[in-house]
Design a binder for this molecule. Sequence first.
Ligand SMILES: [Zn+2]
Length: 88
Amino acid sequence: MAKQYKIYSLISFQHKLATEQACIEYLALLRWPEGYRCSKCGCQESYQLRVRPRVFMCSAVCNHQESVTAGTILHRTKLPLLMWFWAA
Ligand SMILES: [Zn+2]
């Protein structure tokens, strides 16, 4: 029984990660409909921070960081984005 539970929780954890990522990608699409563009230097290349996946960092020298939730009601929320999607 314990083993089954462990497998189940692993699957739901991965599922949660996948859906959180889907939410982030959706928000990123709303923020940058034509693809990422750094608001400081105009660079179109970015990467997501591993520890804070909601934050995109400019891959040019300016290293500007921009959250997909910046300027929205979701900014600074500690809740999983998915919760807000359910609430909406
Ligand atoms: Zn930049």
